[in-house]
Design a protein around this ligand. Sequence first.
Ligand SMILES: Cc1cc2nc3c(=O)[nH]c(=O)nc-3n(C[C@H](O)[C@H](O)[C@H](O)COP(=O)(O)OP(=O)(O)OC[C@H]3O[C@@H](n4cnc5c(N)ncnc54)[C@H](O)[C@@H]3O)c2cc1C
Length: 421
Amino acid sequence: MSNAVQRDKNGPGMSAPRTVIVIGGGPAGVFAAIGAKREDPAVSVILLTEEACEPYEKPPLSKAVLTGKALPQDALIAGPKGLAGHDIALELQARCATIDPAARQVVTESGRRLSYDALVIATGSVVREIPPLPLGMPRVHYLRTETHARALAAELKASQHLIVIGGGLIGLEVAASAAEIGVKTTVIEMAPRILSRVCDEETGARIHDEHRRHGVEIRVGTALAAARAESGKRIAITNGAGETIVGDMVVVGTGAKPDDRLAAAAGIKTDNGIIIDEYCRTSDPAIYAAGDVVRFPGPHGLVRLEDWRHAQDQGAIAGRNAAGANVAYRSVPSFWSEQYDLYIQGVGWPAPDRLRVRRPMAGNSMLAFEFDGTYIAAALGINAQRDIAAARRLIERRIPVDAAALADAARPLNDLLKAKA
Ligand SMILES: Cc1cc2nc3c(=O)[nH]c(=O)nc-3n(C[C@H](O)[C@H](O)[C@H](O)COP(=O)(O)OP(=O)(O)OC[C@H]3O[C@@H](n4cnc5c(N)ncnc54)[C@H](O)[C@@H]3O)c2cc1C
């Protein structure tokens, strides 16, 4: 337990919470439930998920699940014994319909009322639907859940031509998976280049080349203009350049938005996500929140992240605090993506106008840093796991480095960790 923990944050005379309810079966919810139980084994913890299965990891859904190398249930978030193995009550198909903060109760869609002493909301994100391709349109897929992934994988196997809308991480992972199983794929990206939100130009260009090498066609700088069903179970997409592409199916990877509706309806402060403080507390002191659904204080103001590690780490802190701790959440954001044999990772807080330092790397590896003259602010790498792990520690510990050392491949980054912060 960290030194920052103060057990009696409720103040003298107030009893510690006895029941913690967690809403949401993603990594934030599962780690919140486990965190609460670890913080105080006497607390009874209930996790409500609207889904019908034990909580599973989402990252494989766009990768190994689509290529048929894994099933969603192969990677359970709580480990092979599931949440029961942590003495947590899991309620499946228990969609929470409302929160009654005055009564400290949640009401499920089936009408059950459950009382809590502390509540953690971890309802995650929902896909960003685009009007020409609504959810439920035949041959159109969005990817967020294992149900989506199963349907997508089954249709992909029977397809010859896939069209992907969006050249972001999820769209490109789906494209890489489709190419791997021999499905011709065309990606349409509105921005002038792929991955413009997460990668610098050079790294993005390297990834673009890899897609080209695998036969994936990527059209950049052109938006989706229209879509229509074609005969023979096909679908036609017209882009902004007036070009029509006919495929067997479409995957829409245009991002996600926070699912903060439940919180907003309960009067909890939201603004493009649930607003929380550094202790993961919402505007209601008995209610915490974590993961994709929140906006929390970062170094440049309130920030929302959609990455697995953040969801897990912040969830654990929210759960611990809900069970009586008082730990601040400090994060160094990170993401990873797997496309072909490229393992792409980013860590840190990127910002414009920073010095960019590139480290020469052998083979198909790449590594670049954003540097503020004293500290690494962010790092981006391809097949550079060990260096990214070292960069993460340099950022977390705020160890000063110099640009020449970062650019010198003969100086292992781990050596820089020995310098004093
Ligand atoms: C296909 C895919 C691939 C990804 N790959 C990567 C990757 O490679 N690397 C990476 O860093 N990140 C990746 N991510 C992102 C990462 O998975 C998310 O950031 C993470 O899942 C967020 O966790 P969360 O717990 O906040 O929300 P979610 O995982 O969205 O979980 C929210 C849960 O709450 C449930 N829920 C919502 N409302 C209710 C309600 N009212 N009642 C009960 N339950 C409810 C939902 O059904 C869901 O199970 C990927 C995401 C997807 C979809």
